[in-house]
Design a protein around this ligand. Structure first.
Ligand code: SF4
Length: 366
């Protein structure tokens, strides 16, 4: 047993076991103004924290609950969240902040706002462009969100509080980037880093910073072997599937996923108007759900990492990411980078035999 094993065990349990997650969040709820859930990197958790709430990045429950379904076609992540919330497993939420992004989340918001028993909802209405007027608009929307959250917690969001939250979250991003450098050098198993990074989006950030400092100091004595591949997709919380990729010969050297590199690759700048800096940070975070025209090429990132293939882990019925896959796959093929698309269904526990077969064939191809 190594010094970081208890950290890994705790983080894996936070991600994979909704009952463990709920018990932890109950204790967090008692020492904050409440818990605010959010769905995307476009929602600045720093503003939620500065308003006195605990920011909780919402992830899946993997078929551990069953409940009413939304109309089809909704992605399996949104279906899973809705069933979880209706089952009472997520009733600790004081509120939810929605991005103005994909259709599945828009429908969820509409359904949720009509339920009398649901938590309060806010929407951060981000622009579709990234030019000067878009920056001004997003800055004003961030100020509006901050003042609405402050009213809900009966506090204020001062620049000092916001600055302190940004500094703390930037420290976390920096530590995660150190871990990514080790993953790239094959001195850290990617699935371990993903478990820690994902749990960190739900844990108390003070507690998580201490945990991460210890984790970032650990390193494997021997470099990992296997085919160097990269992961791409939206939120990737299916640690079992990622572990299966590694067990079948993949050495994952980096990613372009929302709860991984896309979360930590850049700090929020400080100095000057703090809301403008947050807005600039959001506008620089291109993804298939927003600002897609400005997205850096996956082929360039794969080349930087020395990856010979990219595995796309998409949520079932996630329209923006499937469209992005079709576009990227053609570009990657031209550059002789092999791709594999696996669809993850949150409501279905465990790995499918057909997925394992496809993973094995892909590894042979590489
Ligand atoms: S998985 Fe896709 S469709 Fe579902 S919430 Fe995320 S971006 Fe939207």
């Amino acid at each position: 047993m190594t010094a970081v094993d208890p950290i890994l065990k705790n983080c894996r349990s936070m991600v994979l076991n909704p009952h463990h997650r709920r018990a932890y969040l109950q204790s967090v709820s008692a020492r904050s103004c409440g818990i605010i859930g959010y769905f995307s990197n476009y929602i600045p958790a720093e503003i939620i924290a500065a308003a006195g709430f605990h920011p909780l990045r919402l992830i899946g429950c993997f078929g551990s609950v069953s409940g009413p379904a939304l109309c089809d076609p909704m992605c399996s992540f949104v279906q899973d969240f809705y069933a979880t919330q209706c089952s009472g497993l997520a009733d600790l939420l004081t509120g939810l902040v929605f991005p103005n992004s994909c259709d599945s989340l828009k429908v969820l918001r509409q359904v949720w706002q009509t339920r009398p028993d649901g938590p309060q909802c806010w929407t951060l209405d981000h622009p579709v462009n990234t030019d000067g007027p878009a920056l001004l608009y997003l800055t004003s929307q961030l100020r509006r969100l901050a003042s609405e959250l402050a009213a809900a917690s009966r506090s204020t969001v001062s620049d000092e509080k916001l600055h302190a939250a940004i500094t703390e979250y930037n420290t976390i991003r920096g530590l995660l980037r150190q871990c990514y450098a080790k993953v790239e050098a094959r001195r850290l198993r990617y699935s371990d880093l993903l478990a820690v990074a994902t749990a960190g989006l739900m844990l108390d950030r003070n507690e998580f910073t201490r945990m991460l400092q210890e984790f970032a100091g650990s390193s494997l004595s021997q470099p990992l072997s296997g085919n160097p591949v990269m992961l791409a997709g939206p939120l990737t919380d299916d640690l079992e599937l990622v572990g299966a990729l590694e067990n079948h010969g993949a050495c994952i050297v980096g990613d372009s996923v929302t709860n991984g590199w896309r979360y930590c690759s850049q700090d929020i700048a400080t100095g000057g108007d703090i809301y403008t800096k947050i807005a600039q940070h959001i506008l620089s975070q291109a993804s298939p759900t927003a600002f897609d025209l400005h997205r850096p090429s996956l082929a360039a990132r794969a080349a930087e990492l020395g990856a010979c293939g990219i595995i796309f882990l998409n949520q079932e019925r996630c329209e923006p990411h499937v469209h992005s896959y079709v576009k990227c796959a053609a570009e990657l093929e031209q550059q002789s980078i092999k791709t594999l698309l696996i669809e993850v269904e949150h409501g279905r526990p465990g790995l499918q035999a057909r997925d394992l077969m496809r993973i094995e064939s892909f590894m042979e191809l590489l």
